[in-house]
Design a protein around this ligand. Sequence first.
Ligand code: GLA
Length: 662
Amino acid sequence: MRTVATTALALVLAMTVTVPASAATSVHDVTAAPAAEPILAATPPLGWNSWNTFACDINEKLIRDTADAMVSSGMAAAGYQYVNIDDCWAEQERDPASGKYVPHHERFPSGIKALADYVHAKGLKLGIYTSAGTETCARTMPGSLGHEELDAQTFADWGVDYLKYDNCNNQGVPAQQRYQAMGDALKKTGRPIVYSICEWGANQPWLWGDSVGGDLWRTTGDITDSWPSVMSILDQQVGLEAYSGPGAWNDPDMLEVGNPGLTQGESRAHMSLWAVLNAPLIAGNDIRSMPAWARNQLTDPDLLAVNQDWSGRQGAKLRDSGDTEVWTKKMSDGSVAVVLLNRASTPAVLGTTAAELGLPPADTGYAVRNLWTNTTPVSAGTIRAQVPGHDAVMLRVSPGGKGLPPMVVVEATPGKPYVDGAEANTVTVKVHNDGTTAVTRARLLLTAPEGWAATATGPTQVGSIGPGTTGTATWSLTADRPDLGPVDLTASASWTWRNQVYGGTAAGRFTVATAPPAGSSQLSDLTWLYAENGWGPVEKDRSNGETAPGDGKPLTIAGTVYPKGLGTHAPGRIGYFLGARCSRFTVTVGIDDEVGDRGRVGFEVWGDGVKLTGAEATGAGAGVPLDLAVSGVDVIELRTDTLDGANYDHADWAAPMITCTP
Ligand code: GLA
């Protein structure tokens, strides 16, 4: 929503000076914005929302305590402003006399105005929620459809600063019409209220969200605190970068940083990616009690600087190599923010080059600031890092690196990613000098994982590693009776540059597995290598159910009950080691009857990173049988993809049978 504010106008005018030529194609080129209507959300909004952690379990004390925590945690000082109440804040019935919303008597006894006053006194802003329908999504309170002017005015009278406007129970009224009605109503109040359109991307709101007065619009269905959910939402942002700019932000949904379903590394990747996407950063964790690492991720000044810098376009995917991706955003100072994303569960070295980033040639190299570790070495042009599984490294690369220490990257690579039982393995430790001058006296070290013996097969010291070259050392690894599962490796190296000693470490991983026995086996009787699931854990021989382990029902597709199989929820992937000993895989895929005729899922079977076959299933349809050859495949992976949002995607792999030879 656009409103009149001279300070914002000054900011916008100042920003036009730094817009690079590449921005000329953006549909939201600020130079085209009418001078009389400067922009309310000139940078992506920063705040907090109750839904991801608390759902309907909210009350005024929680909101007040959260506002307090916003200040005491340092989030407010870092730039976070909005304290947003989501669904369930009102009574089920409107006031019979005035027709106005009634704040919930038990949970919000002091009313929303008092809450707004409290939040404003802290220097913060208050957000509220309703739906462009007859009821909200949780069906605990009325929606605003047909009451737009009265409700917008009520919010304005209460001192509300932000409205999230949802899409449930919309009675089939066209989206644009419903969102326009509220946009007009908000404008009519004369109060600057950030207008957050929550239409889930159903009708491409990026094409019309700005014109109906929106400042941001959801591009997808709901996020959950699971890695597959974050990755699936990321995938749906590709191509939307042209439709974003000041006062008109693509919203890939609120943050799950710090929530229990994500590891620290997964949260770090989520935060890094949302920063380059210019996403509104609306924290969704309990900020009253968050651990230091979550607070640090949310408030990292370098990350927020990337997110808040509008350089003409949101960031975009530069390179996709399957499990590793490079996302970048051009910054207004000429530098480039880079996210090196590793979607796999094992560590990987990945990167790009200054030329691929579009940076000009630089005689003294490029300063490569690691935004999470705050180190700034120089690179001659190769930009790479070792990234743990389900994690990201975030860098900011600028031309000019005079006097900085060389960028040296340590890598630990197992000879085989999977070993069968007590097979031996090798590990090569590499030290890449990507800097502009040589480093000397490099010492390489591999720490043997517990239960394993590591023997160096050659020298572990390298006298000099010139720029653009790599020093290596190799170890052979053996174990008598290794445990099945991942073996985590730690390599380290030290080197000298200008009489100072520097060091670096790298993680590596291989997995001890056993191939299925000869004959036919059900996959649910075998041990998987890894299992990622969109909603709770994968269940064996039962449907996915809800998020608790073991809470599924008998696997049932279109009335047929299957005693064996895997009950999953898209998006997800499950890997099994076949050790090139199996020949055939048969399975029936479908949506479990526990969700009725809802849900739609893409099922795919992959072998060693290559798609072998796929099928689509809907809740209304029958199970789809798949039968394929898997000869020579080391690792088979069962993938599910949400085709139209993840809701109800209870994806069954029924009777998944693998046939193997001794
Ligand atoms: C929808 C929205 C969510 C949340 C809930 C509340 O699912 O997309 O972000 O607001 O409704 O019921």
